[in-house]
Design a protein. Structure first.
Length: 181
């Protein structure tokens, strides 16, 4: 366990591309698997390895989490970073409503994530910036594969659409002076 968690926390090591089999081992006690999956997910979230962190956290049942506040907080962080708005909203709600003794820092960051998501609009410049930030994070983790290329293509397509919209808008004649209609 110590080696597993040390590797998950080691910023100099390559980010894992799959979660360890021990987290899914049905022969291991449920409490052990749940506690280990939470610790592993927290460690990966701290390194911004959100995909595998979320996968590890998905193995934890909220009712069985040794630290429900940490579970909901780190799950929300991963979902927010990956632009899974509905999931992040649910995790934030559970953290703020269901976990009365959650640390103030978790509550404040969760509230900030919630208010940030209120401003999200589908495929606006903020969406492009979030996608590009996620692409950069993936490239930093040496994940330049098909998923990253797909996200890059989505950004390029949306930028092309926005440029065309602006060009079409510029081609339209200006309204007549005097406000006639």
């Amino acid at each position: 366990v110590a080696k597993l968690l040390d590797a998950a926390r080691n910023a100099d090591a390559d980010a894992p591309t799959a979660i360890p089999a021990v987290l899914k081992d049905p022969k291991a006690p449920a409490f052990y698997r749940s506690a280990l999956a939470l610790a592993y997910g927290k460690a990966l979230a701290g390194r911004k390895v959100y995909e595998e962190a979320l996968e590890a956290l998905s193995l934890v049942k909220a009712e069985e989490a040794v630290d429900p506040a940490a579970f909901f907080f780190h799950k929300a962080v991963c979902e927010h970073a990956l632009m899974i708005k509905d999931g992040a909203d649910k995790s934030i709600d559970r953290l703020l409503v269901d976990v009365g003794d959650s640390p103030e820092r978790y509550r404040m960051v969760a509230a900030l994530m919630h208010f940030d998501m209120l401003t999200w609009q589908e495929k606006d410049l903020g969406w492009i910036a979030r996608k590009m930030s996620n692409i950069q994070r993936r490239l930093d983790l040496k994940r330049g594969g098909k998923d990253t290329q797909k996200q890059q293509k989505e950004v390029l397509v949306r930028l092309d659409e926005m440029i065309k919209e602006l060009e079409n808008k510029a081609k339209q004649p200006p309204p007549p002076p005097g406000g006639g209609g």
